[in-house]
Write a protein that binds this ligand. Structure first.
Ligand code: TYD
Ligand code: MG
Length: 465
C-alpha cells in the first residue's frame, strides 16, 4: 500500500522533515519548507522477495558510436560535444528573460528544417505567442510540432501515440506537473517527478529531451538541484542584462567536454551565432588608455581575447572597496596581495575595481598576469603598450608561471593583429614545443617576476618591446 502521509520538503535543498518549520535545518534557508504528499513511500527494507539476477560484463567489448543530431547552430552543437545525443536529456538553465526559449525554438526550427521531427511543448506561452516569435525568428515555416501543455500525462500519451519525435523541448520543467502528486508545479517533488517521467520516455524512445529550467536569484536551478544529477548534460545560459551577447556554457556533459562555451548575440531576429568571440570583447578604436590589458584566454577548445579593465582609485578611509565583475574576487585579493608584497605597490588605501569587458566570466588562473597588468597600469597611470596581449599565472612568491596552450593563445592574438605578448617563461620542456616556436609574427616578452610589469609599461605608451 502506498503511504500518503504528508511530509515537509525544503524547496532549496530537497531535505525532508516530519514537521513544518520556518527554517531548514539542512541548508539554513528560511521559508523554503513546503508540505508535499509523496507518491509512494520507499519500501521498508527489501524483505525476502528475490530480485532478477543482473549479468556482469567486461569493460572491453562492443560499443557503438553515440548517434547525434546536429542542429547546424554551430555554437550550440559544439557546447554539447558535436551534436545532441539521441536518447539523452539536456537541461538548459538560466535567468528568466535571458533567451532560453528563443534558443531552443531556433534549435527546434533548425532541426526540423534538417528533416528531423522536433516537438516544442510550452507551459509558459500560448500557441499564438509562439507563432509570433517563430515568425520573428524567421522559422515560421519550419515543420516544428507545437503544443501548449503542462500535464506530463497528456504530453507522454500524445508523444507515445504518434511517431516518436527526434527532439522534444519542454519549456519549462517548472511549469510541468504530474497528476499523481498533490503538490503544486515547481515544487521539488513535481519537478523531480515530471523530469523523471520525461527522461524515462526519452531514453525509451531515443528522443533528445531538452528541458528549460529557471534559475533563482541565488543562481540555483529553481528548487531542486536534484535535476542536475538526473540529466546527461547541464548547460547554463549566461549574459549580462545590459549586454547583447549570451553565453551557453556546459557545466556537466556525459557525452562531451565541459567548460566549452557557445557565444551568441541577441538581435532583433533572435540569437545570432558569434563564431569569433574575440572581436566582440575587444574595442579596436579605443587607443592606449591606462588600466586596461588584453588577456589571451582559452574557453574550452577555443582561444578568446578579452579586455580586462582595472581602476585603482583613492578611497575613503577605512576598509577599501574591492569590486569584481567577471572574475573571482578571492583570486583578485590574491593578486593584490602579491602586488603589494612582491612588487611594492601600495594599494591598502585604494579602492580597486576590476571588470572583464563585455560581461564574459573568466575562470582561468592564466588571467592573473593580465589582471595584474591592468592594475599596475591603472596604479601607475601608464598604458599597456598597444598591440599587446598578456597571459600567465602568478604564484604567491610573485613568480610568473607557464600556462597551458600558449601557442593557441599567441596564434589567436596574431590573427587579430596583436604583435606583442607579455608571457611567462617557457616551461623547461617548452623550448622543444615546435607549435609555440612557430608563432612567428608576434614578439614575446617573457617575464619571471610580476614586478617586471612595472618596467614594461612605458610612460609615453610606446611599445615596450
Ligand atoms: P526568452 O527566450 O523569452 O527568455 P527565457 O525563455 O530565457 O525567459 O527571451 C526573452 C528576451 O529576449 C526578451 O527580453 C526579448 C528578447 N528577444 C530579442 O531581443 N529578440 C528576439 O528576436 C527575441 C525572440 C527575443
Ligand atoms: Mg521562456
Amino acid at each position: 500500500m502506498a503511504r500518503t502521509d504528508p511530509r515537509f520538503v525544503c524547496q532549496s535543498c530537497g531535505a525532508t522533515r516530519p514537521r513544518w518549520a520556518g527554517k531548514c535545518d539542512a541548508c539554513g534557508t528560511w521559508n523554503s519548507i513546503v508540505e508535499e504528499i509523496p507518491r509512494e513511500a520507499a519500501p521498508k527494507g527489501l524483505g525476502k522477495g528475490k530480485g532478477r539476477e543482473i549479468a556482469f560484463v567486461n569493460l572491453a567489448g562492443e560499443h557503438g558510436e553515440v548517434a547525434r543530431h546536429v542542429s547546424g547552430i554551430a555554437e550550440l552543437d559544439r557546447v554539447v560535444g558535436g551534436g545532441l545525443v539521441t536518447g539523452s536529456s539536456v537541461l538548459l538553465a538560466g535567468d528568466p528573460g535571458i533567451g532560453k526559449s528563443t534558443l531552443l525554438l531556433q534549435a527546434a526550427g533548425a532541426l526540423a528544417a534538417n528533416g528531423l521531427r522536433a516537438a516544442y511543448i510550452s507551459g509558459e506561452e500560448g500557441i499564438e505567442q509562439i507563432r509570433l516569435r517563430a515568425a520573428r525568428l524567421g522559422i515560421g515555416d519550419a515543420p516544428v510540432l507545437f503544443a501548449a501543455a503542462t500535464s506530463v500525462r497528456d504530453i507522454l500519451t500524445s508523444l507515445e501515440s504518434a511517431e516518436a519525435p527526434d527532439i522534444i523541448v519542454i519549456d519549462s520543467i517548472q511549469t510541468m506537473y504530474l497528476d499523481t502528486l498533490d503538490s503544486a508545479p515547481g515544487t521539488v517533488s513535481q519537478v523531480r517527478g515530471a523530469a523523471q517521467e520525461l527522461i524515462r520516455h526519452a531514453k525509451r524512445s531515443g528522443s533528445v529531451l531538452l528541458l528549460v529550467g529557471h534559475v533563482t536569484k541565488e543562481g540555483q536551478i529553481a528548487g531542486p538541484r536534484v535535476l542536475e544529477h538526473m540529466v546527461d548534460a547541464v548547460l547554463y545560459f549566461e549574459g549580462e542584462r545590459g549586454h547583447q551577447f549570451r553565453i551557453v556554457r556546459a557545466v556537466k556533459n556525459r557525452f562531451g567536454p565541459t567548460d566549452e562555451i557557445g557565444v551568441f548575440e541577441m538581435t532583433g531576429a533572435g540569437l545570432a551565432e558569434v563564431p569569433n568571440p574575440s572581436t566582440l570583447f575587444l574595442n579596436p578604436e579605443r587607443g592606449p588608455v591606462s588600466g586596461a590589458a588584453v588577456f589571451a584566454g582559452i574557453e574550452g577548445t577555443r582561444p578568446v581575447l578579452v579586455e580586462i579593465q582595472a581602476l585603482v582609485a583613492p578611497g575613503p578611509p577605512g576598509s577599501p572597496r574591492r569590486t569584481v565583475v567577471g572574475w573571482d574576487s578571492g583570486r583578485l585579493a590574491m593578486v593584490l596581495a602579491v602586488l603589494e608584497a612582491r612588487a611594492g605597490l601600495s594599494l591598502g588605501a585604494s579602492d580597486v575595481f576590476l571588470n572583464v569587458a563585455g560581461g564574459l566570466r573568466i575562470g582561468e588562473p592564466a588571467a592573473d598576469l593580465a589582471v595584474a597588468a591592468a592594475i599596475v597600469s591603472s596604479y601607475s597611470n601608464r598604458p599597456v603598450p598597444e598591440g599587446t596581449v598578456v597571459f600567465g599565472e602568478i604564484g604567491l612568491s610573485g613568480e610568473v608561471r607557464p600556462v597551458a596552450q600558449s601557442a593557441a593563445r599567441l596564434k589567436e592574438a596574431a590573427k587579430l593583429g596583436f604583435n606583442h605578448a607579455i608571457v611567462p617563461p617557457r616551461s623547461p620542456n617548452g623550448g622543444k614545443n615546435a607549435a609555440e616556436a612557430g608563432v612567428g609574427d608576434i614578439s614575446r616578452q617573457e617575464i619571471k617576476r610580476v614586478g617586471e610589469l612595472l618596467d614594461l609599461l612605458s610612460p609615453a605608451g610606446e611599445s615596450g618591446a
